[in-house]
Design a protein around this ligand. Structure first.
Ligand code: UDP
Ligand code: MG
Length: 315
């Protein structure tokens, strides 16, 4: 029988865990004739009664595994830890606050059975506050303009990944992790499954503004070199503009010595010229730093979707 693992990052979700477990168990029961399920709870240094709650679940249900990080390391790291330990034919990552309805997993599994390597849950509607919707909307708009690869919009980390995608993910050693971008980068057959995102069941968000900004920075800086290229572009504009201005001043002075070009004009032109050249050179440095950055990210260059070689099996 094929195996499924649910990776469930937990940060202060004590009141959500029992409901989450009930609903997951119901989903697992409905799949029981085809799949064996495992629930990988990763406690990300919760300060409430979450850890005892999941340990209690493990006491009575062997499908539950409990991993507790030594301290709060952040959602992306908690999910990474879960993906590193999950050993299943497909892994489903979802939030533990029931914003990602466990029942949607069934649709993700259908897509997987249909041949998808990644089935990501795409929010048709979302039940978040105005502020969250606006900032998320703005972020994904910028990301779609800047990122080198297509990172699906309105999509969180709620997704199913085939074993081979999870194995690829383990080859990404970068420390500042934006998982949804990394999965997009990996490739293979990726499909969207629409769903309506619920409101948080109980408790409060573990993503205050600071963590949200960090995630946004990891998304943009990890998948775009645009901020670096902006420096050279600005420098170029400034240097060329100031250069033209200087030449114009010099010529107009020569052609018409009467024209009043005061000394400070040349100073100003020179200043812009130098500033522009400096920015241009900063941009050059930036290009090298960008390359160093890519080298230390040390992402795999490729993944084989198909690798057939040697003598073929006689059928
Ligand atoms: N989470 C985590 N570590 C953190 C913050 C959040 O593991 O430092 C988990 C949290 O328990 C939940 C998921 O990540 O399962 C999404 O977090 P949350 O619902 O608080 O974020 P929001 O939906 O408000 O963006
Ligand atoms: Mg949430």
């Amino acid at each position: 029988m094929r195996t499924l693992a649910f990776v469930l990052p937990i940060y202060n979700e004590q009141d959500n865990i029992p409901v989450l477990y009930e609903r997951l168990s119901a989903v697992a029961a409905s799949l029981a004739d085809r799949f064996t399920c495992e629930f990988v709870f990763v406690d990300d240094g919760s300060r409430d009664r979450s850890l005892p709650a999941i340990r209690a679940l493990r006491e009575r249900d062997e499908r539950v595994s409990v991993y507790a990080l030594s301290r709060n390391k952040g959602h992306q790291v908690a999910v990474t830890a879960g993906l590193d330990v999950a050993d299943a034919d497909a892994v489903i990552v979802m939030d533990s606050d029931l914003q990602d309805p466990p029942e949607v997993a069934v649709a993700l599994i259908e897509a997987w059975e249909d041949g998808a390597d990644v089935a990501y849950a795409k929010r048709r509607t979302r039940n978040d506050g105005f502020f969250k919707r606006m900032t998320a909307g703005g972020f994904y708009w910028i990301l779609s303009k800047l990122a080198r690869i297509d990172i699906p919009r309105n999509t969180g980390d709620f997704r199913l990944m085939d074993r081979r995608v999870v194995e690829e993910l383990r080859r990404y050693p970068e420390r500042n992790r934006f998982l949804r971008g990394m999965v997009a980068e990996i490739g293979f057959d990726q499909r969207a499954v629409d769903f309506d995102r619920d409101a948080r069941h109980a408790g409060e968000t573990g993503y205050p503004l600071g963590k949200m900004l960090k995630l946004a920075a990891d998304g943009i800086l990890g998948f775009s070199s645009f901020p670096l290229r902006v420096i050279s572009a600005l420098g170029m504009i400034l240097a060329v503009g100031a250069g033209v201005w200087t030449v114009y001043l010099a010529i107009s002075r020569m052609v018409n010595p009467e024209s009043v070009v005061e000394g400070w004009t040349f100073l100003a032109a020179g200043m812009f010229l130098l500033g522009g050249i400096q920015m241009l050179m900063l941009g050059v440095l930036g290009q090298y730093i960008g390359r160093i950055y890519e080298e230390v990210q040390a992402r795999p260059l490729y993944a084989f979707a198909i690798a057939e070689s040697g003598p073929r099996d006689p059928h």
